[in-house]
Ligand binder design. Structure first.
Ligand code: ADP
Ligand code: MG
Length: 505
């Protein structure tokens, strides 16, 4: 049972402002919008930012007599997500009605999966820096409908309802309370988002509300969590509060930090934490109560009579499994092992799947992982970041960057000239090899020409020559002069060698 602590236990550290030792226990319920063109139970479009109430089928608007029809693609996406989180897939799941009234939910209930979710137990390995990883268990993933949106700030006297989001498919991904600190919670969301984006099952655009998290936080005494792991008895843990609907990793961290301090202050003053739902106010940097356990809704869940239990076949699951992409951990390990990258470079390049794809396309052209990594991370990313571009909008294609790196590798151009070449390709476009040819940027390895240049510099600087003979370190000055005279095109290694020879060093 202790095996999920195998990676590393959290550093025991006193939480700021606390008089006694406390530890944090955190569990996340993440709502991830399924990447799908159509909704979970209708053919209406899911396009973000469409004209209000334009993406609404009759069933989304709960017109009398309309029946939901399950979207097979959304089910496949949930299965793919489950497989990506090494989770068990339930061949039989079922939909339930979660009843509540809200103006942006015209049915009066949300169709969800309470009792029989489609995906069972899985895990996420959360990276916490070089060599440190934590395993967070996934309890379940279920499919459910999103609600619409009420808009209260368009008119002083009226509220408006936009049903475009009503019925859009969500995956609710529920973690066990295995997360032990604010940074770990943010890292968990980041890793989950990364995996979903690799899988193509959720766009993970947090600003658009594509990925939102309910964050459950409690505090306990050192040792209590280990007791919980050993016995599975959650009652040894503290009472939790749930912070609703967080859509920023920074706010998740801040909210947890605030909530931990709040709960500790209550308990250290002899009070008791009430189980409640809270909201985070980013402007004030604090959470405030939304409703207590006593006010909690009774949703009167019951099996949805409009939908048959969802039965899928193992062969269909196997087909999906056969088309799984390489996931971030595997890709990162391969970049380190096969391409010789550092852990750090491999992390940077695998953070977003588009970056990894771009990098691999560069390597395919130049056949040098390390050099390619250098150029992609330092030159390209640096330049794109400065101009606020995503990799998709890069003016330099992988073929072009690969071409530049190939010219460096073959010794045709020096690293310094390569930067000029990169600038030309970035701003003007064109084929790197042709540009080098046409503009005479090739590195001079013609030893005769270099020798003449060295002779000239030596002849012109007799005093420097005397000094350099006393102090060989000064040879560098001659190398610099020759490189400068050649406009950066002379091969530095050849210049070094010839200068040393001529000075008799
Ligand atoms: P419920 O059955 O009331 O929905 P669950 O046990 O399913 O509650 O937990 C919901 C979420 O709360 C899960 O993500 C879980 O990890 C988390 N959670 C449960 N107990 C705690 C706790 N003591 N502290 C922090 N998070 C918790
Ligand atoms: Mg639950």
């Amino acid at each position: 049972m202790l095996d999920h602590l195998a990676f590393s236990a959290p550093e025991p550290k006193r939480i700021a402002g606390a008089r006694e030792d406390w530890e944090l226990v955190i569990g996340l319920e993440v709502h991830a919008q399924v990447a799908s063109n159509a909704k979970l139970f209708s053919g209406a479009s899911t396009t973000f930012g469409a004209e209000p109430n334009s993406n609404v089928a009759f069933v989304d608007a709960a017109m009398p007599g309309m029946l939901p029809v399950i979207n097979e693609f959304c089910v496949a996406q949930a299965v793919r997500t489950g497989l990506g989180l090494k989770a068990g897939i339930n061949l039989r799941s079922a939909f339930d009605r979660k009843n509540y009234f809200y103006p942006d939910l015209p049915q009066g209930y949300q169709i969800s999966q309470l009792y029989h979710p489609i995906v069972g137990e899985g895990e996420i390995i959360v990276d916490m820096g070089p060599g440190v990883a934590r395993r967070v268990r996934i309890e379940r993933i279920h499919l459910e409908q999103d609600a619409g949106k009420s808009i209260h700030d368009m008119d002083p006297n009226m509220s408006f309802v936009d049903l475009n989001r009503t019925g859009v498919a969500l995956m609710e991904i529920v973690s066990r309370p295995d997360i032990r600190g604010p940074e770990e919670a943010a890292a968990y969301v980041a890793k989950l988002r990364q995996i979903l984006r690799y899988l193509g099952t959720c766009d993970g655009n947090m600003q658009n509300g594509n990925l939102r998290a309910d964050v459950n936080v409690s505090i306990c005494r050192p040792g209590d969590y280990e007791k919980f792991i050993e016995t599975g008895d959650a009652s040894v843990l503290g009472t939790r509060c749930e912070i609703k609907n967080m859509n920023s990793m920074r706010f998740i961290q801040q909210a947890i930090e605030y909530e931990a301090r709040r709960q500790i202050a209550i308990v250290e003053d002899g009070g008791k934490v009430d189980q409640e739902t809270r909201l985070y106010d980013p402007d004030k940097g604090e959470t405030r109560s939304m409703r207590s356990k006593e006010e909690a809704h009774d949703y009167r869940y019951f099996p949805c009579p409009d939908l048959l239990p969802l039965e899928i076949e193992q062969a269909w699951v196997d087909d999906i499994a056969a088309t799984m992409p390489e996931l971030p951990d595997a890709k990162k390990a391969r970049f380190v092992k096969d391409l010789g990258l550092s852990e750090y470079d491999a992390s940077v390049l695998t953070a977003e799947v588009e970056n990894a794809d771009y990098f691999e396309a560069v390597v395919a052209v130049c056949a040098d992982g390390k050099l390619a990594a250098n150029w992609v991370i330092n030159e390209l990313f640096g330049r794109l970041k400065k101009e606020g571009h995503e990799i998709g909008a890069s003016p330099v294609s992988p073929a072009q960057l690969g071409g530049i790196v190939k010219l460096i590798k073959s010794g045709d151009i020096s690293g310094k000239i390569a930067k000029d070449l990169f600038e030309i390709v970035y701003t003007e476009g064109g084929d790197p090899a042709e540009i080098v040819e046409a503009r005479g940027m090739k590195q001079v390895t013609d030893l005769g020409a270099i020798e003449t240049a060295v002779d000239e510099i030596i002849a012109a600087n007799p005093a420097q020559v005397e000094k350099a003979k006393q102090n060989p370190k000064l040879a560098g000055w001659f190398v610099g002069q020759v490189l400068k005279a050649s406009g950066g095109k002379a091969n530095p290694a050849a210049v070094n060698e010839i200068v040393a020879k001529k000075l008799g060093l």
